[in-house]
Design a protein around this ligand. Structure first.
Ligand code: SAM
Length: 494
């Protein structure tokens, strides 16, 4: 067969496959989609769902989750959401499940549950979602290097991840030195595609591999998440005759238990979507999903000048430059390694776009090394300042923050446009931050504070508004001595 013929056969196949998929999507099923989101940003995520999908999202009692209904024709839209970490399709939801007081009885209930659940539509959505991912990521392939589990017995293959949701949402997003990876659908994608291809239309392959992941929060349960996952997983295996596999699974069944609430779902994402933009990670790289939430708080407008003066790996300005392209972003850090990571991350995205044949102009972002306490910027030249400050744990120290925070706020107030400028600042050093802001009452006023969970730490995202007072006219402008690092530049201008 000639190369041209091969190509045209391939194109025809792709076309047929595309129209098959379109047909399947339009054979409407309505399902509930669940999404895990950065805790504290549930409302922001619900707004985004409404804006992009037109659905009203429910915010779960169990923080960090939202739920919304969609029809299958809208299924592709869920992958446009930027504030969600993981997506799943809900199989069944119990708002007041009566877990038995005796452990054995409670576990027996898990065993009998599997065969009673309405699996058909959620599994159809899982299958459609795989076809979507396959189309989207066709050229990527690979299985993310995950090893095949050697143990075949069901107890080994059924896993429980966390005992407590607080712990789960505290996964090491700061400082985990995460591996380079594909932004959204890597992991076992190659294998997943293979299995999807092998499936008969409308049927579920009995040779599928699966695992159950249980997240449990609440102190009234007589069972552990491991036990729940094991017993429920055993029953799922018996019901579908799927093969348990802890590491190289096709289907991930989720068992989320929060006090008396229980949600059973099927995962639609293999790994959290928060890694999407970053390839060069630093010690405190922020989740892109959280960066998105922070950016949404300050509503970037066309031609706004937006700076992240402590950019680290550039997670915030990169997310901004991709999602709000009509603003201009400056990313700076006083650490040269941080600046070069940001530059590498920007270049990587440029390259990826070029490789895909994009002729679009580059991202509206620049990176440079600077000291936040003396920014090389004109007074009143910035519309939005958005940054993730050193918490004083992994980065900097609590002691240094007492000097750094007031200096930061003062210099930020200088460069920020009086009257209209905004700042969205993330820190866990709440006491120090509150003190610094209260000293700067003439320059900044608080709009709202969103409480978030960053790697298990309770932190605040402070949305501040620059007062109308011109810089240099309030007592707050006067710089206090900072010892060796005293930076007088930019303290009083004009
Ligand atoms: C919490 S990290 C920011 C992490 C970043 N959001 C990311 O996603 O990688 C804080 C950053 O502030 C920087 N920093 C500390 N003091 C600074 C100063 N005076 N001027 C500029 N950057 C500073 C540190 O080098 C560090 O990269």
């Amino acid at each position: 067969m000639s190369a041209i013929q091969e190509r045209s056969d391939h194109q025809r196949h792709e076309g047929e496959e595309g129209s098959n998929l379109a047909k399947q999507l339009s054979d409407t099923i309505t399902v509930t989609i669940g999404a895990t989101v950065p805790t504290g940003f549930e409302r922001t995520a619900a707004e985004e769902v409404n804006e992009k999908i037109g659905a009203d999202a429910r915010i779960s009692k169990d923080r960090g989750r939202i739920y919304f209904e969609i029809t299958t024709e809208n299924l592709p839209l869920i992958h446009h959401l930027k504030s969600v970490d993981n997506l799943f399709v809900v199989v069944e939801e119990y708002t007041n499940y009566q877990f038995k007081d005796q452990k054995e009885e409670a576990l027996e209930d898990f065993q009998s549950l599997a065969s009673k659940l309405p699996w058909t539509n959620p599994l159809e959505v899982w299958r459609l979602n795989n076809s979507l991912k396959k189309k989207r990521w066709r050229r990527k392939g690979g299985n993310g290097g995950k090893a095949r589990a050697s143990g075949k017995d069901r107890v080994e293959a059924v896993t429980a991840e966390t005992e407590n949701l607080q712990l789960e949402s505290g996964t090491p997003e700061r400082g985990s030195g995460e591996p380079e990876g594909d932004p959204a659908f890597n992991g076992t994608q190659g294998e997943l595609d293979k299995n999807t291809e092998e499936q008969e239309e409308g049927s579920v392959d009995p040779l599928l591999k699966f695992r159950v992941t249980c997240n449990r929060a609440g102190d009234k349960h007589t069972f552990t998440s491991n036990e729940a996952a094991r017993d429920f997983g055993g029953a799922v295996q018996d019901f579908f005759l799927w093969k348990p596999d802890m590491t190289k699974f096709d289907v991930e069944v989720l068992l989320n238990i929060h006090n008396n609430e229980m949600v059973i779902g099927i995962a639609l994402t293999e790994e959290s979507l928060h890694r999407r933009n970053i390839t060069h990670f630093g010690p405190t790289t922020l989740r892109s999903t959280l960066a998105y939430g922070m950016l949404r708080l300050c509503k970037p407008q066309v031609s706004d000048v937006i700076i992240d003066p402590m950019c680290g790996t550039g997670a915030i300005p990169l997310e901004g430059a991709i999602e709000w392209q009509h603003s201009f972003y400056l990313a700076g850090d006083n650490n040269d390694m941080a600046v070069s990571r940001t530059v590498n991350n920007i270049n990587h995205i440029h390259k990826k776009r070029r490789d895909k044949g994009s002729t679009a102009w580059g991202l509206p972002i620049n990176a440079l090394q600077w000291d936040l306490c003396r920014l090389p910027l004109r007074t009143g030249s910035v519309d939005i300042i958005i940054t993730d400050m050193p918490f004083g744990k992994r980065m900097g120290s609590r002691k240094k923050n007492w000097d750094l925070y007031p200096s930061c706020l003062r210099e930020m107030a200088r460069v920020c446009r009086a009257g209209t400028g905004k700042a969205v600042l993330l820190t866990q050093d709440k006491k120090c931050f509150a003190k610094a802001v209260s000293k700067m009452g003439g320059l900044w006023c608080k709009v709202v504070t969103v409480w978030v969970n960053i790697g298990g730490l309770h932190a605040g995202v402070y949305h501040l508004k620059r007062t109308g007072a011109p810089f240099g006219t309030t007592p707050e402008d006067v710089r206090e001595p900072r010892g060796d690092n005293e930076t007088a530049g930019g303290a009083k201008e004009d």
